[in-house]
Design a protein around this ligand. Structure first.
Ligand code: NAP
Length: 306
């Protein structure tokens, strides 16, 4: 894709990890004439002013998007409809409206109805993040080498799609285009269900902690602590993800539960070859993630020895 990535005025709504990472990247790259940061929280806006990564910062959504050429909603997915309703009447014709939400079908259903004709609506999901949140947690390199998935509605203006794709490429992302339904299924298995498993195992261990008296934390390097990083992710964001990708998550969870019961059976009946074969297959998946530069091959995820 080869669009021209520069926009006159870019408005970011919701200045947490993702919104503040985009804003910080725009400080370094010639992609926007003016960057406006909008958030519902006066405290966040005050912090944005202190950090100085936007030209303007406001809690007034209408004023923030007036004359904007690109508007990106960076709020939890459960808030996308309210944001679209607030900004809809203030958008200029020809503007591109996008988002960064981790689910896509629900975001389309919530936002599209509030957007006026003449505005290009191109949902997006940068598959990049950390377990941190808020305006202090962002960094400009967050999107480097990561995929950004675009889910443009059928018939959307190709030039607008290319322009948004070029914008994300300039932020360091690689682009993939797919339907919202396909996105939601792929992300259910690669992100949403893994997060649910981490939340569940850390919850179970925390209940057991009362029995083991401190040993769960003490011996956490045995594997548990890697789940705790994922399970420390923002509760609001993840509550919304599960409520808004219900169908695909329940579908994948059904398959996962069946496979878990098969493993339970392998262990009970001493079926070592089945266990060995699965663990060999999963080791090869780790290898391909490293080969595709989506993680480091360093032992212990690159943690230094201390
Ligand atoms: P975050 O750090 O929690 O920031 C979200 C910001 O949006 C907060 O400042 C929040 O304010 C504000 N907000 C909430 N509702 C709002 C509303 N109705 N109007 C205006 N502002 C509102 O979240 P994040 O991690 O950047 O995630 C933002 C979006 O990116 C989510 O849709 C998420 O699914 C997606 N995403 C996240 C990741 C990740 O790893 N974190 C990766 C890819 C995509 P309050 O503090 O007042 O609630």
């Amino acid at each position: 894709m080869t669009g021209e990535p520069h926009f006159g005025k870019v408005t970011l709504i919701g200045i947490g990890l993702i919104g503040s990472s985009i804003a910080r990247a725009l400080r370094q790259l010639p992609l926007a004439g003016t960057v406006v940061a909008a958030d519902r929280s006066e405290e966040v806006i005050q912090r944005v002013r202190e950090l100085g990564f936007a030209d303007e910062a406001t809690t007034d959504m209408g004023a923030a998007v007036a004359d904007a050429d690109l508007v990106i909603a960076c709020v939890p997915v459960g808030a996308m409809g309210a944001v679209a309703e607030a900004i809809g009447p203030h958008l200029k014709a020809g503007a591109i409206v996008s988002d960064v939400g981790s689910t896509k079908g629900s975001v389309v259903a919530q936002m599209q109805q509030h957007l006026p004709a003449g505005v290009h609506f191109i949902p997006a999901h940068p598959v990049a993040g950390t377990e941190h949140s808020g305006p202090d947690s962002g960094f400009p390199e967050l999107f480097h080498g990561r995929w950004c998935i675009l889910t443009p509605p059928e018939g959307e203006d190709a030039a607008a799609v290319e322009k948004l794709a070029a914008f994300w490429q300039a932020l360091g992302s690689k682009i993939e285009v797919m339907s919202p339904e396909h996105h939601d299924l792929v992300l259910a298995i690669t992100s949403h269900v893994p997060h649910l498993i981490a939340y569940n195992i850390v919850g179970t261990a925390s209940d057991l902690e009362q029995v083991t008296e401190g040993e769960v934390i003490k011996f956490s390097a045995g594997g548990f602590r890697d789940f705790t990083r994922i399970a420390a992710s923002d509760p609001t964001m993840w509550r919304d993800v599960f409520l808004h990708n219900k169908t695909a998550v329940l579908e994948v969870l059904g398959r996962f539960t069946e496979d878990l019961i098969a493993l339970q059976r392998n262990i009970r009946w001493g079926e070592g070859q089945e266990l060995f074969d699965l663990f060999t297959r999963t080791r090869a998946i780790r290898r391909s993630i490293i080969d595709q530069r989506q993680d480091t091959a360093d032992p212990d995820f690159g943690r230094g020895r201390k």
